[in-house]
Write a protein that binds this ligand. Structure first.
Ligand code: 4AD
Ligand code: MG
Length: 467
């Protein structure tokens, strides 16, 4: 008996085959003619397969009639053509083995639609719903597409450490990592102040969870030319929004001998590849999102794949925003950072397209971004998309040692803590650029899911660490 999954058993070419199929029951219906119909799903696709269990099966009365939603079954049977229009095949059971019943009085996933808020409280069971199964498969396809994109272009996949001694963004929104007893911290005198004695800590110095793998990616790009990282990153920012997580996944390509222009070109080609791969390889799940979540997702993605991104400087963006009749919560003026309402206005309302904004004021951007000729702006770029806002942040990096040291002082960073980063500028420095794509924001954009907590299996947000 060949073990088959639902997606293959539903294909017309499976008709006539004897197969073994395992999964979880979504519904059971009994007919008066002495049959039970089980809708079985195994996560291989959105659809269920209908299993027909006849009343002459030995365990029909004792078990099959007791199968409820959520029970797991192993069915041996033969695939037959389905009389129904919706699917090509169904499975006529020869045996139905129940591995585990699910108590219907307490199983929380009953047939009726349940809210996403409620499903977050049962994140261990929500992958069994249509929506979360589809999100998991689309997220998976996005990851495959990302790796394919870079590997097929000769980029080397580099693993950046998760525990780090440096603050890449210089923003200080980091989680500490320690094995000291927080109730009995060892201390030492430092200029008359009592301070934690980190020498007694696990690493002998303060350690944090990484906010970005960029610095490590730069080190490898300065040897391997084109690299990318793909891993979890952590930010202790107290942002309770539908687009922020404390733990999220980021993809960070870094390219040596590349400038801002090349960086923007790569980012645009990259996003288009992801979107077209998902459209091509997940048609059923995407049709589901288009029908149930956001009626515009497929059309939007198709449009983006075929059109050019709008590119404009920060200064031009500020001009558009100040000239607009929109009443923003945060006022816009040259020198202030764009808020998500401004980013969304540009992408969603003004251009109705992904937008790349570049050359931001030096004062609002990270120390590592390359200072432009004008002395006022840096070669930064953000890719903004409708509904989600910023999906990519990146820049050309400052490759000039003296300018970089100047910028670090400006940002109140201690150059000696970044000695290795400065070394890259001392030994064979080269122009280079890169960016970071937020994986969850990408999944959100592609699926149309409104809340970022619903596109990662187990979301971590302020005051929330379940599961
Ligand atoms: O713009 P960010 O902070 O850029 C960096 O971290 C750079 N080191 C990237 C680089 O140049 N290599 O973050 C990059 C992207 C954002 O555009 C956004 O998509 C996502 O990461 N992101 C978040 N996603 C979810 N929750 C958060 N709290 C996020 N913060 C950033
Ligand atoms: Mg950013």
């Amino acid at each position: 008996m060949r073990r088959t999954n639902v997606i293959d058993a539903l294909k017309a070419e499976a008709i006539g085959q004897e197969i073994k199929l395992c999964g979880w029951v979504r519904t059971r219906r009994d007919s008066k003619q002495g049959f039970s119909f089980l809708e079985v799903n195994d996560g291989s696709c959105l659809r269920n397969i209908q299993v027909i269990a006849a009343s002459d099966l030995p365990n029909y009365e004792s078990e099959i009639l007791k199968i409820g939603i959520g029970s797991s079954v192993e069915v041996d049977g033969v695939v037959v053509a389905s009389p129904g229009k919706e699917q090509a095949t169904e499975l006529k059971a020869k045996t139905v083995k129940v591995h585990g019943f699910a108590d219907q009085t307490s199983y929380p996933l009953q047939k009726k639609g349940t809210s996403f808020e409620f499903l977050r409280t049962i994140a261990h069971l929500r992958p069994r719903t249509n929506t979360f199964g589809a999100v998991a498969r689309v997220r998976n396809e996005i990851c495959r597409s990302i790796h394919n994109f870079f590997l097929s272009r000769g980029f080397v996949y580099v693993h950046a450490p998760i525990i780090t001694g440096s603050d890449c963004e210089g923003a200080g929104q980091m989680f500490s990592v320690t094995n000291l007893d927080l109730n009995q911290l060892p201390s030492k005198e430092d200029n008359g102040h009592k301070k934690v004695d980190y020498e007694q800590d696990f690493f002998g110095k303060p350690a944090n969870l990484t906010v970005s793998g960029q610095l490590e990616a730069e080190m490898y790009a300065m040897a391997l030319t084109n690299v990318y990282t793909f891993g979890p990153t952590f930010r202790a920012e107290n942002s309770n929004t539908s687009r922020h997580l404390a733990e999220f996944w980021m993809i960070e390509p870094e390219m040596a001998f590349c400038d801002l222009q090349g960086n923007m070109d790569t980012a645009e080609a990259f996003l288009k590849t992801i979107f077209s791969d998902v459209l091509k390889n997940c048609p059923e799940d995407m049709a589901f999102f288009n029908e149930r979540i956001d009626k515009t997702v497929i059309e939007t993605l198709k449009g983006i794949v075929e059109s050019k991104f709008v590119r404009l400087s920060y200064t031009e963006a500020v001009d558009i925003l100040t000239a607009s009749k929109e009443s923003f919560e945060f006022p816009v003026s040259w020198g202030t950072d764009l808020q998500s309402e401004h980013e969304r206005y540009l992408a969603e309302k003004h251009f109705k397209s992904p937008v790349i904004v570049y050359n931001y004021p030096r004062a609002i951007k990270s120390f590592y971004m390359r200072l432009n000729e004008d002395g006022k702006t840096v070669a930064a770029m953000d890719v903004l998309v409708p509904k989600v806002g910023e999906i990519i942040g990146g820049s050309q990096r400052e490759e000039r040692l003296d300018v970089l040291e100047e910028r670090m002082k400006e940002a109140n960073l201690k150059p000696e803590e970044y000695w290795f980063y400065l070394d890259l500028r001392r030994f064979g420095t080269a122009p280079h650029a890169g960016f970071g794509l937020g994986l969850e924001r990408t999944v959100q954009f592609v699926t149309g899911m409104g809340n970022i907590r619903d596109v990662i299996p187990f979301p971590r947000t302020p005051k929330n660490l379940e599961f």
